[in-house]
Design a protein around this ligand. Structure first.
Ligand code: SF4
Ligand code: SF4
Length: 139
């Protein structure tokens, strides 16, 4: 069914959580999980990318280690997210960068975001970012 160990573990955890549902108010993962009774690999990748690793479900869980169920949703989802970035990155040739060049990827992403904002300011009126807005529709 699933083609790697992380997906198999995520499937096991979501099956346990779907029976328990104690954490359904904590974040977007659990209400989305409750819309399925079985999980495809795509479902699990989607759920992993809804998680922001806050750790609340780990702290609240009565089945987290040392319990024999060994429920650790944030750890498994973090691994699954990293694998999904490698699997779905475009262009595909960049896939290995996520495993070996985390710092470079972070710097490049930050520079791209900064470039986008500066380009937006250069192309538009900079007062949209720095000016105070008054009148109808303003905060
Ligand atoms: S993380 Fe633990 S407490 Fe929360 S829904 Fe899953 S099994 Fe239940
Ligand atoms: S660690 Fe992830 S799944 Fe758990 S409560 Fe936080 S966001 Fe939700």
């Amino acid at each position: 069914m699933h083609n790697n160990q992380t997906l198999i573990e995520a499937d096991r955890l979501m099956t346990v959580c779907n029976s328990c549902r104690y954490c359904e108010g904590l974040c977007a993962v659990f209400p989305a999980m409750e819309m399925r009774t079985a999980f495809s690999s795509g479902d699990l990748n989607y759920l992993a990318n809804l998680c922001h690793s806050c750790g609340a479900c780990f702290d609240d869980c009565q089945f987290s280690p040392p319990h024999e169920f060994n429920v650790n949703v944030p750890q498994t989802f973090a691994k699954l997210r990293a694998e999904s970035y490698q699997a779905y990155v475009w262009p595909k040739a960049f896939a290995g960068f996520f495993a070996r060049n985390g710092l470079m990827i972070s710097i490049a992403t930050a520079l791209c975001v900064a470039g986008l904002i500066l380009g937006f300011v250069a192309y538009n009126d900079s007062s949209v970012l720095t000016g105070s807005h008054t009148g109808p529709g303003a905060f």
